[in-house]
Structure formats: structure tokens, C-alpha cells
Design a protein around this ligand. Structure first.
Ligand code: NAD
Length: 290
């Protein structure tokens, strides 16, 4: 299939490479010449503009920083330039309202579009093991699924347009809350005289068990390998968690929900990022509890 890929950064670079590996012809565009050069090394062809990338595309995949850029790129450079009927897949994490607005504009311009944000970081993007949460019609999802399956291990239809973003933001708000809760529990257990490994052995098979504990433990040397064992490098950057929490709270406000724990998690991650930890893994927030 002829696929245009827009946004070849940390995530998009690996995803475009996996589309090439699956046998697709990928025309890649990014504002950064370095990102384009890496994509060419992985078998993509480079083009000078988004318009050129999408001109004969059967599908367009984007992995961009935020909703304003997604809106701008699609409305100015994809609609009317990609062939009628092309399938549009935005995999960026953006706000629900913009995802719905862009999908509606796509439909008016004659395209089917899905929002397909991902769970999983840079390593999963390279390994092709991302989870995609997809918002769009049944028909658009059926067309998107095989393309997304070439870049991930799980592809789930979340519902209509915007539902993929809604699922991603609700999930990541919950992740932030249970990560902070897990950090607090370990810090408190230790101060109460418990060995961290002993607390893990108890809590990981008790009702406190959760993903932040058993798959991504914030305490070095406890549980499976995690960024804590690598000085909190790699993994999921605090700045990205803060971005997702900000989007989640905007979505909550739109629908009249007041998530007290989500708001507190955002305040804590905001302060942690402002203290110079934006590029560190989000589990490093345990250090604030020393
Ligand atoms: P990144 O900054 O590494 O990549 C974004 C790329 O988009 C850059 O190469 C940039 O040059 C390019 N770009 C910006 N504006 C453009 C434009 N107008 N036209 C073409 N290219 C343009 O970011 P990333 O880490 O790859 O994240 C991309 C998206 O994936 C974000 O929405 C992020 O929230 C989401 N995400 C990231 C992770 C992660 O672990 N990095 C995990 C899940 C989701």
C-alpha cells in the first residue's frame, strides 16, 4: 500500500520503519531533516512537502506533537491534496475536541479518518509492539486495523471519533494516579521499617497490586526491570505525562467531571517537571517523597 507518514520523531521514526518492513511503500515527511534522513535509512522515500507525500497515498499516518499542529497539517496540507477516499490515521496524542473536529472536517472533504493514539513508548514503537486505541466508524476501523497491526501488537476499536483519545487520556490519568500512590506506599512502608522487597512481596499479591507496582516498579532493584533500574532514564518522560494529564483535565472539564485525584496528580507532575525533571521517567517522582 502507498502510505504517507508525517512526523518521524521518537515515535514516528520507528513506526514508519515497521510499515516499510511490512511491505508498504512509505513516503515520509518531517520538518526536521535529521528525522527524514533516519527514515530514509529505514527504507522510506523522502519528499519535500506534505502535499507531495500525500499526493498518491492510499493512507496517511501522522505522529505529531499536539492538536494545533495536527489540525494545521490536515486542514492546510492533506485535505484536497490526498486522493479522494484515502484513509487518514492520526496516531498523535491530542485533545478529544480537536480529534473530533479534524475527523469531521475530513469527512466533509471526502476522507475516512480515525484517531489512533498509542500506549507504549519509543521502544515499543521501534519493536512494533504498540497498543492502538481507535476512534472512528466501523468501516474506517476495518480499513485501519491491518495498517495499525503492522506497527503494534494490539488494536482496539474504542468507539466513534475521539474515543481513541478519550481512552488514552482516561488511561493515562489513572496511570499517573496509581504511580503516585505506589510511590507513596513504598516511601511510607520504608519509613515504617519495612524492607521494600518485603512490601513488594506482600502488596503485589494483595489488594494494593497495580501495574505501576508489578510491571514498572518505581523502586530500584524491586520487581521486573524498569526505568528505576536505569536511574529513571528512558521510559515515559515526565513532560509527556504532564501533557497527557493536561489534556485529560481539559476533557474532564468539557464533560463536567471534577477528578480530584487527576487534578492533584497534574499539580504534582507539574511541580516535578518544573524542578528540572521533564525528561526523566515519570516514576522518578518517588524521589520527592524522600
Ligand atoms: P517528537 O517530538 O520526537 O516527534 C514529533 C515530530 O513531529 C518531530 O520530528 C517534528 O519535527 C515533527 N513535526 C512537528 N511539526 C511538524 C509539521 N508541521 N510537519 C511535519 N512534521 C512536524 O515526539 P514523539 O515523542 O515522537 O511524540 C509524537 C506523539 O506521540 C505525541 O503526540 C506524543 O504525545 C505521542 N506519544 C509519545 C510517546 C513517547 O514515549 N515519546 C508515547 C505515547 C505517545
Amino acid at each position: 500500500m502507498k502510505i504517507a507518514f508525517i512526523g518521524l520523531g521518537n515515535m514516528g521514526g520507528g513506526m514508519a520503519a515497521n510499515l516499510v518492513k511490512a511491505g508498504h511503500q512509505v513516503r515520509a515527511f518531517d520538518l526536521s531533516p535529521d528525522a527524514v534522513a533516519r527514515a530514509v535509512q529505514s527504507g522510506c522515500s523522502s519528499v519535500a512537502t506534505v502535499g507531495e507525500a500525500v499526493s498518491d497515498a492510499e493512507a496517511v499516518v501522522s505522529m505529531l506533537p499536539n492538536g494545533a499542529i495536527v489540525d494545521d497539517v490536515y486542514s492546510k496540507e492533506v485535505f484536497g491534496k490526498a486522493p479522494a477516499g484515502a484513509l487518514l490515521l492520526d496516531c498523535s496524542t491530542i485533545d478529544v475536541a480537536t480529534a473530533r473536529k479534524v475527523a469531521e472536517a475530513a469527512e466533509k472533504a471526502g476522507y475516512a479518518m480515525v484517531d489512533a493514539p498509542v500506549s507504549g513508548g519509543i521502544a515499543a514503537a521501534s519493536a512494533g509492539t504498540l497498543t492502538f486505541m481507535v476512534g472512528g466508524s466501523d468501516e474506517a476501523f476495518a480499513r485501519a486495523e491491518p495498517i495499525l497491526a503492522a506497527m503494534g501488537k494490539t488494536v482496539i476499536h474504542a468507539g466513534a471519533s475521539g474515543a481513541g483519545q478519550a481512552a488514552k487520556l482516561c488511561n493515562n490519568m489513572l496511570l499517573a494516579i496509581h504511580m503516585i500512590g505506589t510511590c507513596e506506599a513504598f516511601a511510607m512502608a520504608q519509613k515504617l521499617g519495612l524492607d521494600p522487597q518485603t512490601f513488594y512481596d506482600i502488596s503485589s499479591v494483595s489488594s494494593g497490586q497495580n501495574w505501576s507496582m508489578t510491571s514498572y516498579c518505581p523502586v530500584p532493584g524491586v520487581g521486573p526491570q524498569s526505568p528505576a533500574d536505569n536511574n529513571y532514564e528512558g521510559g515515559f518522560a515526565t513532560a509527556l505525562m504532564l501533557k497527557d494529564l493536561t489534556l485529560a483535565l481539559a476533557a474532564a472539564e468539557e464533560v463536567g467531571v471534577d477528578p480530584a485525584m487527576g487534578k492533584r496528580a497534574r499539580e504534582l507532575y507539574d511541580a516535578f517537571a518544573a524542578a528540572g525533571n521533564g525528561t526523566r521517567d515519570f516514576s522518578a517522582i518517588i524521589e520527592t517523597l524522600d
